[in-house]
Design a protein around this ligand. Sequence first.
Ligand SMILES: [Zn+2]
Length: 133
Amino acid sequence: MTMAKVGCCAPGCSTAVDGRSDWQEALCGEHVDLASREARRRFSHRHGRLLRLETLRGDERYFEAAFASDRHLKLCAVMDHASEMAEAAWLRVKLDVLLQMARRAGKPPVVQAWTAPAAATEERPVTRRFLRP
Ligand SMILES: [Zn+2]
């Protein structure tokens, strides 16, 4: 794992955050604090679950045993679901931040101001995101 600076994805923020080189999005401490506690808690919980599943899948012995017993399809389905849930939680965090920024500025939210996502066909695992520096 290589460490790198990742730019905060909040509109107008240029704060660089220490993170892993494979992270595509991050929020600096100032902006992540704008999200509701519930949104942060939900993301943390779901992201942690996804990381645990990825670790499990990365365990060669476990995966081989799962593959031999046809449990690998269930593992893949569970991982897909976990990834979708973590992605939804991440989007909620970003939405909370955007709404709080707009509220503080007294302006309507500008959704397109977020960092442009990668190409739609590219897989963007949620594990590449994080909340705190
Ligand atoms: Zn920021």
